[in-house]
Design a protein around this ligand. Structure first.
Ligand code: ATP
Ligand code: FE2
Length: 330
């Protein structure tokens, strides 16, 4: 049988991406454009406009890098859920147009699940608990009873947005995560901060307000605040990840999302895993951040499991949750 070659399209929020991946899991290309703003957060309509501008070029770049033409593509997949409606619709529209014009099968996939599956492909983790720590999302996800269940999550903002808002408040610019990390290396002084774990869930806005007040008081250095921010927020994530591992009896922890690029978060997870005789799996940075390779791979998994989608059924679902998907490929 001819090998599947999938063109995947990602457009849930900041990133518009296109990638070409083969049925046996080779990533032939993984192109992206990331929308950023000088001040304030993402404006969905502006991001979507930018995505529309770059969409054609990113898709042709992905095909060119992979040395494929559109006729070599046997499947088109795209991020169908969850995300910002404005942004999702650009990727959905591109995928549906390509599928209709060139008569290709189309598969819409869940972005959060794609983070987990590309991690399994890249690291060979078998049945991990995923700590998905990105800008908008913070979830602890694991497979149980035919679905990817959410064992814990943020009750307000994602950990990445929290880091970015605080970094902006201190005048560090965007994205804030890497800037806070650099500053944190210059301090070992821990300032006590609010620590909010509620059962299996976490919250960040109380911590954010407290940090902003501390910074505004002028009594604390940026370095000490950056260090203490990471120690506190990441300890919360490690605690809920560990509890999910204890609850499910799983022996693997997998990282996903842009914040998981942070070396200190990786180190804290490694220590926790070592203490409980578990293994930590960390995909390379370009597969941790939002990317289209994971969308292509997820499309292949679903297509190979027999899933088919009509163009009329390929509408975007901005609010569909991780546990709303039936997992037919495991
Ligand atoms: P999603 O749509 O999945 O919520 P997103 O659009 O916010 O994702 P990601 O690329 O997954 O995008 O994550 C971006 C976040 O990752 C930003 O908040 C950024 O500050 C953070 N980040 C990136 N690199 C690092 C790093 N080295 N340390 C800490 N945070 C980082
Ligand atoms: Fe993501």
């Amino acid at each position: 049988m001819k090998q599947l070659i999938c063109l995947g399209i990602e457009s849930t929020a900041h990133t518009f991406g296109a990638a070409v991946v083969t049925g046996d899991g080779k990533i032939l290309s993984n192109e992206r454009y990331a929308y950023t703003t000088e001040k304030g957060g993402i404006v969905p309509a502006d991001a979507a406009e930018k995505h529309s501008q770059v969409c054609g070029k990113i898709i042709s770049d992905a095909l060119a890098k992979a040395k494929k033409s559109i006729k070599d593509i046997s499947l088109v997949s795209f991020s169908q859920s969850p995300g910002l409606g404005h942004c999702l619709r650009i990727g959905g529209m591109a995928a549906r147009s390509i599928a209709a014009i060139y008569s290709k099968p189309i598969i819409g996939v869940n972005h959060c699940i794609a983070h987990l599956e590309i991690g399994r492909l890249a690291t060979k983790a078998k049945d991990p608990v995923l700590l998905y720590a990105s800008g908008a999302n913070t979830q602890i996800i694991a497979y149980e009873g035919g679905k990817y269940r959410i064992f814990g999550e943020t009750l307000d903002i994602g950990v990445g947005n929290f880091l970015d808002i605080f970094a902006r408040h201190m005048g560090l610019g965007f994205p804030g995560g890497p800037k806070l990390y650099e500053l944190s290396l210059k301090s070992k002084k821990f300032i006590h901060l609010p620590y909010t774990v509620k059962g299996m869930d976490v919250t960040f806005t109380g911590l954010l307000t407290n940090l902003q007040q501390k910074f505004d008081s002028g009594k604390f250095s940026k370095e000490d605040l950056a260090f203490s921010t990471q120690e506190t927020a990441f300890a919360m994530l490690v605690e809920v990840a560990e509890r999910a591992m204890a609850h499910t009896g799983k022996k693997e922890l997998l990282l996903g999302g842009g914040v998981a690029c942070n070396k200190r978060l990786q180190e804290m997870c490694r220590i926790m895993c070592k203490e409980r005789g578990a293994e930590l799996f960390v995909p390379p940075n370009d597969l941790l951040i939002d990317n289209a390779a994971m969308i292509a791979w997820q499309g292949i998994l679903q297509f190979n499991s027999g899933e088919r989608m009509k163009i009329e059924e390929a509408g975007v679902k901005p609010y569909l949750r991780t546990d709303g998907i039936n997992v037919g490929w495991r």
